[in-house]
Design a protein around this ligand. Structure first.
Ligand code: ZN
Length: 243
C-alpha cells in the first residue's frame, strides 16, 4: 500500500457513494479520507480480526472471500467504485467475517471506523446512503447464491468479467487465473476452458492474465441475467428515496 502523488491521484468522487454525498458533506469528510494505492493480493481484512478502515474503491476492485476449513477460499462478493468495503463496521460489528484482498490494483480512499462513527453521529446523507448500499449488497450476495447454483460457468464468467469491466472503467485489466477461479468457485483448469470459449467466439482476449473485452455487447449476451439484476440495484442508489 502506498500513497499516490497529488498529480496522479484520481478523483475520489468517482466512487459512487462519495459522489452521491452532498458537496458540503463531502467537503467535511474529505480531510478524514486517506488516498491509498492498493496492490494485487494486498490483504485488507482478515476473518476474525478487527476492521480498522472502510475502503471506498476509486478504480481498484476488492474481493471478499469466504473460507471453509481445509478448502480453497471462494469469493462471495466484489466491491468496486460503486461501493464500500467494511460494511460490518457500519452495521455495528467490530470484526470481519471475511478475508478480503485487492483483486485489481488501483486507488481507494479509506476512512477509519472511528471517524465513520463520529461522522455518522452527525446529521447527514451518509447514514441513509449506507443503509441503501447495505440493501444493494444483500441483493448482490443473495443473487450470487442463486447464480452459483443455477447458472453455467460460462454465463457466470461473462457476468463477472462484465462487472469487473464496469468497476475498473476500462476494457483491459489484469486478472489472474487464480482470482478468476476464486470468483467463479471453480478449478483453474475450468477457468482456462471457459476463457477459451469466450476467446474463440471473439468476445475477449485473455493472455498472461490480461483480459481485453473485445465485444461488450456479446459479453452481455453471454452473461446470465444476474448481471442486470445486481446492476439495477446499484443504479437505484443514485435515485434519492421519496420522502
Ligand atoms: Zn447468474
Amino acid at each position: 500500500m502506498s500513497t499516490p502523488t497529488e498529480s496522479t491521484r484520481p478523483d475520489p468522487r468517482r466512487n459512487l457513494l462519495l459522489g452521491l454525498l452532498p458537496d458540503d458533506e463531502f467537503d467535511r469528510l474529505l480531510p478524514e479520507l486517506e488516498t491509498v494505492e492498493l496492490d494485487v493480493r494486498e490483504q485488507l481484512y482478515e476473518r476474525g480480526k478487527g476492521i480498522e478502515h472502510l475502503y471506498f474503491p476509486v478504480d481498484s476492485v476488492l474481493s471478499l472471500l469466504a473460507t471453509v476449513e481445509g478448502e480453497a477460499a471462494v469469493e462471495v462478493a466484489t466491491v468496486g467504485h460503486e461501493g464500500m468495503a467494511g460494511l460490518p463496521a457500519f452495521l455495528g460489528s467490530t470484526e470481519s467475517v471475511h478475508d478480503s484482498f485487492c483483486q485489481i490494483a488501483g486507488t481507494a480512499v479509506r476512512l477509519t471506523t472511528g471517524e465513520l462513527r463520529r461522522f455518522l453521529s452527525q446529521d447527514g446523507a451518509l447514514h441513509d446512503l449506507l443503509h441503501r448500499y447495505t440493501q444493494a449488497t444483500m441483493v448482490q450476495l443473495s443473487q450470487n447464491v442463486a447464480c452459483n447454483r443455477l447458472h453455467t460457468t460460462e454465463e457466470r464468467a461473462a457476468r463477472w468479467l462484465l462487472q469487473t469491466r464496469d468497476r475498473v472503467g476500462a476494457d483491459e485489466f489484469t486478472l489472474t487465473q487464480e482470482f478468476l477461479a476464486q470468483m467463479l468457485g471453480v478449478r483453474r483448469g475450468t477457468v482456462s476452458l471457459t476463457a477459451g470459449v469466450l476467446q474463440q467466439a471473439g468476445v475477449i482476449r485473455y493472455t498472461r492474465g490480461r483480459i481485453s473485452v473485445l465485444d461488450a455487447d456479446a459479453l452481455h449476451s453471454a452473461a446470465c441475467d444476474c448481471y442486470d439484476v445486481v446492476q439495477a440495484e446499484y443504479q437505484r442508489l443514485t435515485v434519492a428515496p421519496e420522502v
